[in-house]
Design a protein around this ligand. Sequence first.
Ligand code: KIV
Length: 346
Amino acid sequence: MVFGPHPLQQGGAVLETTMSLTQLLRSGGDDRPAPPVTVQTLLEKRRTGEPITALTAYDYPTACLVDRAGIDLILVGDSVGMAVLGYESTLPVTMDEMVHHTRAVARGVRRALLVADMPFGSYHVSAEEAVRNAARLIKEAGAHAVKIEGGRTRAALVQRVVEAEIPVVAHIGLTPQSVHRMSGYQVQGRSTEAVEGLYADAAALQAAGAAAIVLEGIPREVAARITAQTSLPTIGIGAGPDCNGQILVFHDLFNLTFSPPAKFVRRYGDAAALFSNGLEQFRNDVLAGNFPGDAESYHLPRKVSAELAEAGLLEPVSAADGQREVLAHDAVQLREAGALNRMAGD
Ligand code: KIV
């Protein structure tokens, strides 16, 4: 599959956005660029019953990996605060941090729909400020949509942002920015009243024009009912298998969180073990003098070596592995001779 720049990012003509996902995946074997995922694609997938795949990414390499894996939606979540920046919660994350990370991710995205989280405090003061901040994520950072946490109380705001031509992914249930109000990260929607509240939230966000809705940390039965009742594509995290799609945090998938995983996380690899192994080997190699080897070193051109040796400025030695004869230098003499200026080359 060949990836060109995401057409929504380069402002070029959008490629055949009405193409079905099946056709899209079929393009994997040839040279045609994969059509971009848009909010329309999410609706189409909901209609056809094809599951929506979504993951977080916070930087260029993870964005490249996730996008090239064919994941439909990449979320630069404010979970960046905990997963990457080491904060205790998502609350300290700033707009500038979201813009910074979203820009890095945007550089790696070719196909996926890029959604950026609006961090705590960026949409709570006024609708004007919320629209201004949402526009920053689109204009400065290259996102295609923003995500806003909250239900009925945010519906009017979601409508304002949508009226500013910015698609909004809503987010209800366990909304981490409400950690203090919820008294911790608790599964939501466990009483009749709370379940009715979630149904009302989904209906209000649909009426407000949201493009999709994340359902987090709610009972499977409740997520299934919301998915059946709303026309919005639902994307679950800890909400069971009956949603239109699933999202997880990249670092959870690969054991990079340094904390026990939540019940809904499935691990697909152990990057922590892979990295730790490699790091230990690197340390051991350096300590044992096994790194770098001759093949990982730069060398003087033969002519310069010969001239320096002739002038008594180098001591001839043979590379232990017999690769090529190298002349080890007397660091003090060379520094005095000003001969250590060259680093690049050879
Ligand atoms: O910030 C985040 O990562 C989220 C989740 C939906 C994954 O909001």
